[in-house]
Design a protein. Structure first.
Length: 492
């Protein structure tokens, strides 16, 4: 049996992608109401829950000579104080100062010799607020599992009873030696194929089911590969990047996006992609980049994590390609194009094909995975990443302080100067913009373009969309009142 603490092929790929200024950590800025808790009490609160997230006390152990994927092992030198930082904003402590701090924190790479996470407690935020900046390596979590862990560290009620620190002190398990790591990896390489062979014998006994399964997987892989061979267009968003980042955000009401969906059709995710498409079109045109007939390709991660595995760490995502019609200025037409495109993607089984390829990557030798991951950025398959993670639609609390908003951050790969992460939480939808410092110095203009794109789509939905139930009721009442006041002369 494979080591349950060994990274999957997908988890390992994020380690290989981390080079040349591309940091592979996901992050978020969480804003709370009320004054910040004292650092010592905050550290005690986190310490009381670390046993619920064992990975937070583990580091990576590399297999000698690259003969296997890394393994999670207990860090004997774990110090909570290294991972919990304390910071304060300069006056006046506005969102401008907070976004600047986010950019600096998100620009530094996590130390692979230690557990791959950090949390900053940030004082000095205006309006009787404080913030947490949370950073975790993508090899450890994906967006959905990251939200699960966030829920573990927080409370579901303002007056929740604090957890007591476990009475038994945590002691690190002895780390395996290099020889043990190498031996275990070689044994797995010899035994896992035997498990595959056993599965093959099982499939032979059920040939019809096997044929159907293979056909569905092959169709999905074929559609994914065919769509993936298309080169994304050249844009100012696809240039060499450095290590420094800019970060900002936009907040909208989830009810507003649902209203657009109900009036004009599609899904909430289609609405999100259309808003992003409109903003990118305006932004590129303001830079003098032609957008006529321009369609950008966005890589949209899709969670394939079953309900039974919520709360577990590691990556369980597949990728789909979304086409963003940035050259279309009519919001209603743009939404129709995005909705049709995403329906085609879902019907083609691309997510199924991506999932199948992700599973197969677990059997690829470490050296091949390393080379493959390094080749990916040289191919222009997509212009940017747009990820949409559903969060809890109820308030979370930290030591009696309410979490108000979550501003998410998705990492940048090589030659990807912009990433947009979206998360819904407690009736709000927050768009987080992560950008290379030099390539996109005017990131605030893009955020303003997104606000305008949302306003245009909302106005279109209210003007041209189908009338809501309330509006239909109002129209009927008006007709009834008119008929009562002035009956129509049918003989006239």
């Amino acid at each position: 049996m494979a080591n349950s603490d060994r990274l999957t092929g997908l988890d390992t790929s994020f380690l290989h992608l981390e080079r040349h200024g591309a940091h592979m950590h996901i992050a978020s800025c969480l804003v709370f109401e009320g004054s910040a808790p004292p650092y010592e009490e905050f550290a005690q609160h986190i310490n009381s829950r670390l046993h619920l997230v064992p990975r937070y006390r583990q580091r990576l152990a590399e297999v000698p000579f690259g003969q296997g994927r890394p393994v999670w092992v207990d860090d004997p030198h774990f110090k909570l104080g290294y991972h919990l930082r304390h910071s304060a904003l300069p006056a006046p402590g506005s969102n401008l100062e907070l976004s600047g701090l986010c950019g600096r924190v998100f620009s530094t790479q996590l130390d692979r010799a230690k557990p791959l996470w950090e949390i900053y407690l940030v004082d000095g935020l205006a309006g009787n607020r404080f913030a947490l900046l949370a950073k975790t390596h993508h090899a450890l979590v994906d967006g959905v599992s990251g939200m699960d862990i966030t829920a573990v560290l927080f409370d579901l009620a303002e007056d929740a009873i604090p957890l007591e620190t476990p009475s038994v002190e945590w002691v690190a398990q002895p780390a395996p030696s290099s020889a043990e790591l190498l031996g275990e990896a070689l044994i797995e390489r010899a035994t896992v194929p035997a498990e595959m062979a056993r599965g093959l014998r099982s499939m032979v006994r059920r040939p019809r089911r096997t044929v159907d399964w293979l056909a569905s997987q092959a169709a999905g892989i074929g559609n994914l590969a065919f769509d993936g061979t298309e080169q994304a267009p050249e844009t100012p968003l696809n240039v060499a990047i450095g290590p420094h980042r800019r970060f900002t955000w936009v907040t909208a009401d989830l009810s507003q996006l649902k209203e657009i969906k109900n009036q004009l059709g599609g899904t909430v995710n289609d609405v999100v992609l259309t808003i992003v498409s409109g903003a990118l079109g305006s932004f590129l045109r303001s830079r003098g980049h032609p957008t006529r007939d321009l369609v950008l390709r966005a890589m949209v991660p899709v969670s394939i994590r079953p309900q039974t595995e919520h709360g577990t760490l590691g990556n369980q995502v597949a990728a789909m390609w979304a086409h963003l019609p940035v050259g279309v200025s009519d919001p209603k037409q743009a939404l129709a194009l995005v909705s049709d495109s995403m329906s085609h993607v879902k019907d083609s089984g691309q997510a199924v094909g991506a999932h199948a390829l992700t599973e197969l990557s677990g059997f690829a030798p470490q050296t091949i995975m390393s080379q493959a991951a390094r080749l990916v950025p040289r191919q222009r398959f997509f212009n940017l990443v747009v990820t949409n993670v559903p969060g809890p639609q109820f308030p979370l609390w930290l030591m009696g302080r309410r979490l108000v908003e979550i501003y998410p951050m998705v990492p940048l790969a090589e030659r990807q100067a912009l990433g947009i992460a979206v998360i819904s939480y407690d009736g709000k939808v927050c768009f987080g913009f992560n950008a290379d410092w030099d390539a996109i110095p005017d990131l605030d203009l893009l955020a303003e373009d997104l606000r305008n794109s949302l306003a245009d789509l909302t106005a279109t939905a209210r003007k041209d969309g189908k009338p809501s139930r309330a509006q239909r009721g109002t129209s009927k009442s008006k007709r009834r009142s008119t008929a009562t006041a002035a009956p129509v002369n049918l003989k006239a």
